[in-house]
Design a protein around this ligand. Structure first.
Ligand SMILES: Cc1ncc(COP(=O)(O)O)c(C=O)c1O
Length: 408
């Protein structure tokens, strides 16, 4: 066999296909060179408003000075050290998350799927400790929890599950509805309920606050774990640090990722009293989880979120955007409604609208479409009033054009 030396690929030039990538993603033909705040620039110098933030990831927008400083300084000191040692940045982050969330302990991972894997393993081990041979976790219709085998088994969408069987047993799927959850939880083999407070990938579907409070009570009565996946909603996106805080409850297990590192890959699984003393030394692990670099980034994100009260900004600007859409889309046929919380907003159309992100891109705006017919907005939490106005005006015009063209 001969050694083939490949030429390095220029990173800043636009290239819209490569056989070197497994084609798992449908990508739009654009390459961004840099960003600043809520704005991005492409290789042609064109400017875009980022109303997606890497799908609810860039909490502070792009190139935020506090995050850039924290990451650069930490990189110059110590990027990685194994979890065989104590990591001060990790301890600080754990203590802050614990105090912000009302939970007790943290385990750090690299992604949302892994945060949910940790939750699933906790629930299973709790079940086995209780003598249940196949512990059951209740999961919801339209749920999305990730692509690893455990989190995929908890995910509802058939098209992304197909071809990967056998999936994990022990998940029972119910409607995203408190009565159904109550009924299903009567099974003595049920050890946990896993759900998103707002289903992001499933189409921005909200569970009413009162249902969350009933769910908390139910899990207490049955002594089962209430496990919330706030990978998409956590870290101030919905107007509170965590979406469950709108209902004044505290879960037993909380999965976080996306917005936590502001773009640096970090996730966390937080646990409360009921989930403590399940794992012990050797039960679970992660090489990269919670290394100094990612924890420095997450600490910097939390500093800015707290100092600038970005949860308030998410609520105020989010309410403004939702209200403006309701007003300005009211006469557009085929728009079913606007829903969400804070800066996680969905606009449901009657028809599939998978081509809208490309049309919005042409107009200088980044958005996504989820559940086939729901436009999803998850802009950075630093979004200003004038940027919100630009977002609304641009998107209303894109939707209006699209609907007029496709319905006539
Ligand atoms: C609610 C929720 N959970 C889990 C995940 C998976 O996160 P990751 O892609 O970081 O594994 C996502 C990703 O979209 C999500 O929205």
């Amino acid at each position: 066999m001969t050694n083939v030396i490949h030429e390095p690929v220029e990173s800043a030039t636009a290239q819209f296909s490569s056989e070197a990538l497994i084609p798992t993603h449908k990508r739009l033909p654009v390459t961004f060179t840099h960003g600043n705040g809520a704005w991005l620039w492409d290789t042609q110098g064109k400017k875009y408003l980022d109303a997606l933030a890497g799908i609810a990831v860039n909490t502070l927008g792009h190139a935020h000075p506090a995050l850039v400083k924290a990451v650069s300084e930490q990189a110059a000191q110590l990027i990685h050290i194994s979890n065989n040692y104590f990591i001060p940045q990790q301890i600080r982050l754990a203590e802050r998350l614990v105090s912000m969330s009302g939970l007790r302990q943290a385990f750090f991972v690299n992604s949302g799927a892994e945060a949910n894997e940790c939750a699933i393993k906790l629930a299973r081990m709790l079940g086995h400790k209780r003598g249940i041979s196949v512990p059951k976790i209740l999961v919801m219709e339209k749920a999305f929890h990730g692509r690893t085998m455990g989190s995929l088994s908890a995910t509802a969408k058939q098209s992304i599950r197909e071809g990967f069987g056998p999936l994990l047993e022990g998940f029972e799927r119910v409607r995203f509805d408190i009565e159904e959850i109550e009924n299903a939880s009567k099974d003595p083999d049920v050890v946990a309920v896993l759900l998103e407070v707002i289903q992001g990938e499933g189409g921005i579907n909200l569970l009413p606050e009162d249902s969350l409070r009933r769910l908390r009570k139910l899990c207490d009565e049955r002594d089962i774990l209430l496990m919330l996946d706030e990978v998409q909603t956590g870290i101030a996106r919905t107007g509170k640090l965590f979406a469950y805080q709108h209902a004044n409850i505290v879960p037993d297990v909380l999965a976080l990722a996306k917005g936590l590192g502001g773009g640096v890959p970090i996730g966390a699984c937080l646990i409360g009293e009921r989930a403590m003393d399940i794992f012990s030394v050797g039960s679970h692990g992660s090489t990269f989880g919670g290394n100094p670099l990612v924890c420095a980034a997450a600490n910097a994100v939390l500093d800015v979120v707290e100092q600038e009260r970005l949860y308030d900004n998410a609520r105020v600007i989010g309410n403004f955007i939702a209200h403006e859409f309701q007003k300005k889309l009211v006469d557009v046929p085929g728009v079913r409604g606007v829903r969400g919380a804070g800066l996680l907003i969905g606009i449901e159309l009657e028809q599939p609208c998978g081509s809208l992100p490309a049309l919005a891109l042409d107009a200088g705006l980044l958005i996504s479409v989820t559940a086939d017919n729901v436009v999803r907005l998850a802009p950075p939490l630093i979004l200003s009033q004038s940027e919100a106005e630009y977002l609304v005006d641009t998107l209303v015009s894109v939707i209006r054009d699209y609907v007029t063209r496709t319905r006539s």
